[in-house]
Ligand binder design. Structure first.
Ligand SMILES: Cc1cc2nc3c(=O)[nH]c(=O)nc-3n(C[C@H](O)[C@H](O)[C@H](O)COP(=O)(O)O)c2cc1C
Length: 326
């Protein structure tokens, strides 16, 4: 088996697979189950400084190409979450698996407060979910939508904790590279890209939106090309490590994420759909693929998509019928 171990923001992982945030809550038993099933790291559900009820049902739908969800960040608040994180850490540390806490807030001060509270549980990393509305911006704009607001939230977290932080970006922005550069300059130790992409499903019979919240976030296979493009652009823009997340469900998907520059690979919807056995299947497939092609390490694969094709070779894609170069 090739060496699949990686290092992200100073934390060594046995393999690059990371349980994405929100998939299995912060229940210590479930995080332990993902760790025992082969994840290199597990991310807890996002918590906010105070408790949140979340949206009414229906909050999620499997529409055949992944999920559409609008949970509304239900969580018991950072204090209670910190207790669960401490218990999760006690269970998974002996397995050599890293714990990533996840925080969000609607003010810059809230990010600092949540970071300081979850730090008491000593997670290896803190993921800063900035895909939530910034109250100060006044019109529901996410922190992730503006390089300045994203940088402000990052700086607040960096001042509040010494635990390395990963800032989680949204694909719903005009220039994700600009946001990545801003958070890197503000001290982010790494980036998670991406969160879900806003979308909507409607029932033709009733004409009504299917989710109670009307719109929700697209995840799973439909998100993969968007995520690959975002990770590609982020990795071209900054030198800090990236957890590439969005639509990964096979070993080949994971290797594609690493080809566009990701250091680690988040897996969310595929775990929700297929259970924790997916981690071992992805790792097996990655190992088999690498052996068959003579790759001994992920370093040889990382960033291949950024290397320009040899001069004179226009494309290795089959010609598009009817299309002629200008
Ligand atoms: C049901 C559900 C709940 C989620 N909850 C969170 C969350 O609490 N915090 C967060 O940062 N991302 C959350 N996400 C986004 C995932 O962590 C991930 O970024 C996204 O689903 C794309 O990865 P995937 O295609 O592998 O699912 C959630 C996704 C789903 C499907």
């Amino acid at each position: 088996m090739p060496d699949l171990s990686i290092e992200i923001a100073g934390v060594r992982l046995a393999n690059p697979l990371v349980l994405a945030s929100g998939i299995w809550g912060t229940t210590p038993e479930l995080l332990e189950r993902a760790a025992r099933a082969g994840a290199g790291a597990v991310t807890a559900k996002t918590c906010t400084p105070g408790p949140r009820r979340g949206h009414r049902n229906p909050t999620a739908l499997d529409w055949g190409h992944g999920l559409l969800n609008a949970m509304g960040l239900p969580n018991p608040g950072a204090e209670e979450e910190a207790g669960m994180l401490a218990e999760a850490r006690r269970r998974i540390s002996p397995l050599g698996v890293a714990l990533i806490a996840s925080i969000a807030a609607d003010t810059v001060e809230g990010f600092a407060e949540a970071a300081s509270i979850v730090s008491r549980a000593r997670p290896e990393l803190i993921e800063v979910n900035i895909s939530c509305p910034n109250v100060a911006a006044g019109h529901g704009e996410m922190f992730a939508a503006s390089p300045d607001a994203a940088a402000e939230a990052t700086r607040a977290v960096k001042r509040a904790t010494s635990i390395p932080c990963l800032v989680k970006l949204s694909p719903q922005v005009a220039d994700i590279a600009a946001v990545a550069r801003a958070v890197a300059a503000a001290g982010a130790d790494g980036i998670t890209a991406v969160n879900t992409l806003p979308g909507m499903l409607v029932d033709a019979e009733t004409g009504l939106p299917i989710l109670a919240n009307r719109t929700g976030g697209i995840s799973g296979p439909a998100l993969k090309p968007v995520a690959l493009r975002c990770v590609y652009e982020v990795c071209a823009a900054v030198g800090i490590p990236v957890i590439g997340t969005g639509g990964v469900g096979t070993g080949v998907d994971a290797l594609e994420m690493i080809s566009v520059g990701a250091t680690a690979v988040g897996v969310g919807t595929a775990v929700a759909a297929g259970g924790e056995g997916i981690f071992a299947r992805i790792l097996d497939e990655m190992g088999g693929w690498m052996i068959a092609r003579g790759f001994g390490s992920l370093a040889a694969i990382r960033g291949r998509a950024h290397r320009a094709p040899p001069v004179g070779r226009e494309s290795n894609l089959p010609p598009v019928p009817g299309w002629r170069p200008a």
